[in-house]
Design a protein around this ligand. Structure first.
Ligand code: ZN
Length: 327
């Protein structure tokens, strides 16, 4: 294994400089993970993809070569501009088998072979498996269904075409709510930084699958997306509110008034402190989503309203962005 310096694009460095003023700049030196590639016969076999034997769906084509054809060849001339993160809800050999041998029943009642692939897969042991070469569009993002604001730029770019044309994708082993093992997380981060660097992709263009399909994939990729964004300094970690016992609490001159209830987002940001210019702590909370509030506090005024909610996990949310009256 080699220690390499990964150059981070300028946009990321600027965000880091602005947001990390009170922290030590992280040394951006990471070990290159072990990288496999299904185009190598031994690597294909290692992950259960036969370079010689067909599957029941592959029309006599060997499983590995069949999978290599499951993509948009040449991206129809497009370039990768976005990185979309996914979770397999399983392990790589099982996912690969499903992609080459699986069938799903369509709305027409007919059985169709599974149409799925990915640029890379990342394993719990911290290894990366290259599947669809980067010059081709992987079949990973599926249908666009009730997408969120986060994928607006991608959708504007795609128009009536497939978002897959413009995306590099990661399918990580595990389940949405699992704590991702450290080697796997570092491999994901390494791959994201490598792509940001080589394709000049800004941090805002790293998307969760749920931003493209919030109907069938609301939990893809799950918890590790936030960790990746924090590590890239796109989001900040909020500090938790004072312990709740039903009484008002004063911390650093701010009075935390008890307000323990669920409120409904109108599509609102979550921030590090009670100001519209404070750093974001996560993606916009989509309209209709429930928010667990514990306190309200006074902060900066927005539209004549200076009441902010404090989420149980710490982020501040402007009360004008929720349905219910506060306090
Ligand atoms: Zn997904």
């Amino acid at each position: 294994m080699l220690a390499v310096r990964v150059e981070v694009p300028r946009t990321v460095r600027l965000v880091k400089a602005e947001l990390l003023a009170d922290r030590c700049e992280e040394e951006i030196i990471m070990e290159t993970p072990r990288v496999y590639d299904i185009r190598n016969n031994a690597d294909a076999v290692r992950f259960g993809l036969s370079p010689t034997e067909p599957t029941q769906n592959s029309n006599g084509v060997p499983a590995r070569d069949f999978l290599l054809s499951r993509c948009i060849l040449g991206r129809h001339g497009a370039q990768p501009r976005f990185i979309v993160l996914h979770i397999q809800e399983g392990s790589t050999p099982g996912s690969l088998d499903h992609w080459v041998a699986g069938r799903v029943q369509g709305r027409d009642g007919q059985w169709h072979e599974v149409q799925a692939s990915s640029t890379v897969m990342v394993q719990r042991d911290g290894s990366i498996l290259r599947v669809i070469p980067e010059e081709h569009g992987p079949w990973t993002n599926g249908r666009v269904q009730r997408p969120t604001w986060q994928s607006a730029q991608l959708r504007a770019l795609s128009g009536v075409g497939s978002p897959n044309l413009h995306c590099l994708t990661i399918e990580a082993e595990g389940l949405p709510n699992d704590e991702m093992p450290e080697p796997e997380f570092r491999a994901v981060l390494w791959q994201v930084r490598d792509w940001m660097n080589r394709y000049d992709i800004p941090v805002d263009n790293i998307l969760p699958h749920s931003s493209i399909d919030s109907v069938d994939r609301p939990h893809c990729p799950g918890a590790y997306y936030h960790r990746v964004m924090v590590a890239l300094a796109g989001y900040r970690e909020p500090s938790p509110p004072p312990p709740f016992d039903g009484q008002p609490k004063t911390t650093n001159g701010v009075v935390f008034h008890p307000f323990k209830r669920q409120v409904t987002s109108n599509g609102v940001n979550q921030r590090l402190w009670a100001s519209p210019t404070a750093p974001l702590t996560g993606p916009l909370i989509p309209a209709g989503e429930q928010i667990e509030a514990v306190y309200w506090i006074k902060g900066d005024e927005v539209d004549g309203n200076d009441i902010w909610l404090v989420k149980d996990s710490g982020p501040r949310i402007w009360s004008g962005g929720v349905k219910e009256a506060v306090p």
